[in-house]
Design a protein around this ligand. Structure first.
Ligand code: ADP
Length: 152
């Protein structure tokens, strides 16, 4: 089963949107297998957004991500990385389609509520950055046979 990292950013926490967003993932049928609160340091922010540290706007990303705690989650499911990215919507909240998380809750390019890993390989790296083996929970979900068919 594929895994991905979701971060409920300070914009989600400060606006009281975490419950609604977690609920969307649950209703979709994705399984939460790890979850914790976390406070980004500038160093961890630079590691997580290493592809953007050279950009002129990077200082605004650091200020935004370190402004308050975040919630880190590991979600599990078939094709989870792609499914969660499509639920998240494109980076700019003003351009993200209605029905996506960013499209429904964000009016901003920077303050766009959630992070979601963009590939299976990056998901692995990002999950390893924040979670260790004992943070994961393996449990049966009685609804499993109603979320997936035998063909999935
Ligand atoms: P995504 O989060 O959609 O995968 P990126 O990895 O390109 O997008 O960017 C990481 C985060 O950096 C974005 O979610 C957004 O918060 C912020 N960001 C990206 N581009 C800009 C920009 N041009 N100006 C301000 N913030 C940006």
């Amino acid at each position: 089963m594929e895994r991905t990292l979701v971060i409920l950013k300070p914009s989600a926490l400060q606006r009281g949107l975490c419950g609604e967003i977690i609920s969307r993932f649950e209703k979709k049928g994705l399984k939460i297998t790890a979850m914790k609160m976390y406070r980004f340091t500038p160093e961890m922010c630079a590691r997580h957004y290493s592809h953007l540290t050279g950009k002129s706007f990077y200082p605004t990303i650091e200020a935004s991500m370190t402004a308050s705690p975040v919630i880190l989650m590991c979600l599990e499911g078939v094709d989870c990385v792609e499914v969660v990215r499509s639920m998240t919507g494109c980076t700019n909240g003003r351009k993200a389609p209605a029905g996506t998380i960013r499209g429904d809750y964000s009016m901003s390019l920077l303050e766009n509520i959630v992070h979601a890993s963009d590939s299976v390989e990056n998901a692995r790296t990002e999950l390893d950055r924040f979670f260790s083996a004992e943070d994961y929970f393996d449990y049966d979900s009685p609804a499993f046979n109603y979320i997936y068919s035998t063909d999935d």
